[in-house]
Design a protein around this ligand. Structure first.
Ligand code: LLP
Length: 382
């Protein structure tokens, strides 16, 4: 991980709010995945962080891409991925996405029976299975529940696979993704067990794609073992689509203290908030906070418990609650950790706030996304 001094140097040089990524951490995360998931084809779920530099690094490491929009497909193409490296996923694919996926020769993940008639001729497909499971994550992050909009109910899968093949498509296998930020390996075990129930009805398959969803502290070896066993049930090759795990730990959001305010709460007011990192507000996500202010020993003992609030005119614009910290001053910098996934990717221009710059440390600093300006925000407006 980058040192405090490196983070402070980045804040001083590039300004705040700032997304900072550590190339060594990116490489380490991929190495951990490869060690656990042997004999597995990896497709990075680029929604987690679609920065072209990060994509190019993944591509150079032989990782493919899971895409859920025409824009994400364009990014995959931009970094040189070919059809066999690309999955086209999504519950509501557009005509443009079907056409582009077909042009590229990508693999489509079929999400509902109606898609059989919508796919381009002779498409290569997997069927997404909805295992109807409650999983241990925030409701907004659970995709495998019976009532969710995702996938084909278990009982309907054999018929959809047959219909696809009868229509001339290459029905290669099954896909399952039960949600995101899942810590409990037994959730995955339950999903794979449900899937395995399909073996008598669907026979052998070429591919079993187990999606992503692993929290940073998930038991990768345990999940991989279970995934491998499920793939063996079908005699299938194992595919996986990690997003968060590959990038979250490598990224931090640096923010500067604008001031302090005491109400019923003690607030530290920051120059970053929901527009830069919406996860705390949207999912109650907890990002560890690293204070980067140098202090005398005595001052370090002057600690308080603070809510870290952003500059937006919304009460929910709080990045972290009840954080014990040495008392900060205006101008101090702090880091919100584990922000490499779904941080910059979900940032917005709400309140005409330019998105932050993104920089990568790989032995030297590289600006991998320029800070936006007001002009870039309104460029498309008349
Ligand atoms: N595969 C499929 C089909 C997915 O829908 C997703 C994530 C992934 C793979 C990657 O999941 P991961 O390994 O990153 O958990 N914005 C939320 C996360 C939404 C995830 C959506 N789908 C957040 O900030 O936590």
């Amino acid at each position: 991980m980058l040192t405090d001094a490196q983070l402070l140097a980045a804040a001083a040089r590039f300004g705040t709010p700032l997304y900072v990524y550590d190339a060594a951490e990116l490489d380490a995360a991929l190495a951990r995945v490869r060690t656990a998931f042997t004999d597995t084809r990896l497709f990075y779920a680029m929604k987690a962080n679609p920065n072209l530099t990060l994509l190019a690094r993944m591509r150079a490491a032989g990782v493919g891409f899971e895409c859920v929009s025409a824009g994400e497909l364009a990014r995959a193409v931009k970094v040189g991925a070919g059809g066999s490296d690309i999955l086209v996923n999504g519950p509501a694919k557009s005509d443009e996405e079907y056409a582009e996926g077909a042009r590229l020769g990508a693999t489509f993940i079929v999400d509902r029976a109606e898609e059989v008639g919508l796919l381009p001729p002779r498409s290569r497909v997997l069927v997404r299975v909805n295992p109807a499971l409650e999983v241990s994550t925030h409701d907004h992050l659970a995709t495998g529940a019976g009532g969710s909009k995702f996938g084909v109910p278990l009982g309907g899968v054999p018929a959809v696979l047959n219909a696809l093949r009868a229509a001339g498509h290459d029905g290669r296998g099954l896909h399952v993704h039960i949600g995101s930020a899942i810590r409990d390996a037994t959730d995955f075990a339950a999903a794979f067990a449900r899937l395995s129930e399909l073996r008598p009805a669907v026979g052998e398959l070429e591919v079993l794609d187990v999606g992503g969803g692993w929290s940073l502290d998930a038991d990768l070896d345990g999940i991989a073992d279970q995934a491998r066993r499920a793939a063996q049930v079908f005699g299938a090759q194992l595919w996986a689509e990690p997003g968060r795990y590959l990038v979250a730990g490598a990224g931090v959001l640096l923010s500067q203290v604008v001031g302090l305010k005491a109400t019923a709460h003690e607030f530290v007011l920051l120059d970053a908030g929901m527009t830069e990192l919406i996860r705390p507000m949207l999912y109650g996500a907890v990002h560890p906070v690293l204070p980067l202010w140098p202090r005398s020993e005595a001052a370090l003992h002057n600690t308080g418990t603070y809510d870290l609030a952003g500059p937006a005119c919304e009460s929910g614009d709080v990045l972290a609650r009840e954080v014990p910290l040495p008392r900060p001053q205006r101008g101090d910098v702090l880091a919100l950790l584990e922000a490499g996934a779904y941080g910059a990717a979900m940032s917005s221009n709400y309140l005409t706030r330019p998105r932050p710059a993104e920089v990568l440390w790989d032995g030297e600093w590289r600006v991998i996304r320029q800070r936006e300006s007001v002009e870039t925000i309104w460029a498309a407006e008349t």
